[in-house]
Design a protein around this ligand. Sequence first.
Ligand code: S3P
Length: 172
Amino acid sequence: MKTNQNIILIGFMGTGKTAVGKLLARKLHRRFIELDRLIEKREKKSIPQIFSQKGEAYFRKVERKLLRNTTSMKKIVLATGGGMVLNPLNVRDLKKNGILVCLTASLGEIARRTSLNRNRPLLQNKNRFQTIKKLLKFRRPLYRKAADFFVNSSDKNARQTAALIMNRLEKK
Ligand code: S3P
């Protein structure tokens, strides 16, 4: 792969950004960074704690600040949180030295994968399926606009998805 640009994984919750990002970084001999983990470290709180104690607006502010810090890093693989695209300035900044790869998955697959843990405050309600549907409807155009290319992770494991991304990146 010739590109020196950062590889940025974007996409909805449960599309596999973290698992795929780790594998991709290993294959490319690059450093893997997960924005949510940086946020937790900085705040000394878990994501659910930040949401419940400080609110989503505060979370977005910290997310934006730490995201900006990553843009001065070179040749990293960065996994962003699903809501990163809500602020167009985030996308603008990441695009300056990054290729934005959007992972997608079917609604059913997202619902299945996100049912496995309780670390996603936006999905901790009774009507999880409807919530996912509503959020996806709103965000889909934002992912579409931000992404340089898409890879569907439904019916694939992280290794297969990472291999597909590698193929696409070879052409860059
Ligand atoms: C969010 C996605 C989460 C995390 C936070 C908000 C979102 O990250 O940043 O719970 O708004 O979609 P993942 O996409 O890694 O689950």
